[in-house]
Design a protein around this ligand. Sequence first.
Ligand SMILES: [Zn+2]
Length: 505
Amino acid sequence: MNYLYEITRIANEKFSIRSLKPYQILIMHSILEHEFENKEKRAERIVILPTGTGKSLCFLIPSVLCRGISIIVYPLLALMNDQISKLNKAGISCVCLRGGQTNKERRALFEKLRNGCRLVVTNPETLRTETVLKELEKFRVSLFVVDEAHTIAQWGKTFRPAFSELGEMAKKLSASQILAFTATAGEETLKEIRKVLCMGKECITIEGDADRENIFYSSYPVYDREEGILRLIRSLAKEQLPAIVFCRTRVETVILCHLIHRNIRDLDVRYYHAGLGRTEREKLERWFLESRDGILFATSAYGMGVDKSNIRTVIHYKRPSTVQEYLQESGRAGRDGRASKAYVIISERERLLAEKDQLLSVFTEERCRRRALLFLLGQKKSECSGCDWCSEKVIEKPKLADTAMKMIKKRPFRFDPATAASVLCAEKNPVMLEWPGRTDSMWGLEKENDQELVENSFLKMPELSYVEQGYFKRLYYNKSRVLRIIAVFLTVIVKVRGRLLSYRK
Ligand SMILES: [Zn+2]
């Protein structure tokens, strides 16, 4: 068999893909080589490819060509549904084994396998069922694929023990190749995957370049989180939609969705989390998949592997706990290869915690976000294709910080960051034109600069420890200095009063 020819043919015929990337070909080639030339030994491979690089093709195409059946294990129902609709579209017949099916339904599905269908899509819990395993044992299993394999480490130990038994299951089924696919995996996660799937022994690990060049990484400093997200969403242009906002808790998704809905009426916003019913979630997934300008507030339950290619903006309302999770979630943006943005909202309090948190330090320290993220994965990058730090460097940052500082020194307590930026940039909206601040000597000093950038400079000033927030979120300069002024004022009163008293005597 000419593997390369067959791979390209299937890609073309079934998935309408004309050219494959070199690492995709490399992976598929090695899978097929093992299937047809090295049938004795079992092989285990861990493949790490960033989201949006055609990861699933790497096992779908070989599964069509392999002689036995292929079992693809997904951690989430949403992913199974997504893959099935993709397979249907490609005209590849598959069998979906999941919870809640009757015996009669299952019998029909196994019959389909006997009649030549060669692809099984399932989840660990269903696969563990004795009847399912027994039926599958009757088939020759070529590929045992675990997609989003990092979930083995994430969930296997705690609330989904079936994940830890995947290796055992593959052994029972005498699968000739075990493949683990994931977008990102740190050392610890890799160790766990190896332990579970490869029974602790060394296995081939193929790692692709983790950089997603079309994503612009940006931190978004705020004083008040809710106000910040409102401001950020308001500033998104139509071309920056659809967007997804990742939240840490279910409650957060609901609260924020309502907040945006109340304040920005013409936006189509919804929320999604694992607590919603299955039909509700499926409805939301379909809505978002087709939406061109929607905003979805979601927990990490959404997104993994869901193939919405045109998400333009990913916002992290709160940061995830690891760099891997962050890259996984931000990688939802721009899977179609077009320019997209990923924001992380950073509060003042977090800025102080940055030393103890790797991911926080990426977004708070004065350095390139992309290089810092890749560095934490052990990869190096000499060129940055876009991040807030690299692009702001071009516009003389020190000068801007200077003006901002001068303004706060001159008029403490008068401005909050947004109003101060409006004054400096001479904002043209009618409310500002009526405002008395227009006569301020600082009016329009930075009008060549972008207003958002100016506003951010208030939040990012290097002398940040001198600038604090007073009542009504207004800025003032150096607490001790203000106290000193009050002290001088009080001394003057005491002295004058003393003089007056002695004069009366
Ligand atoms: Zn950069």
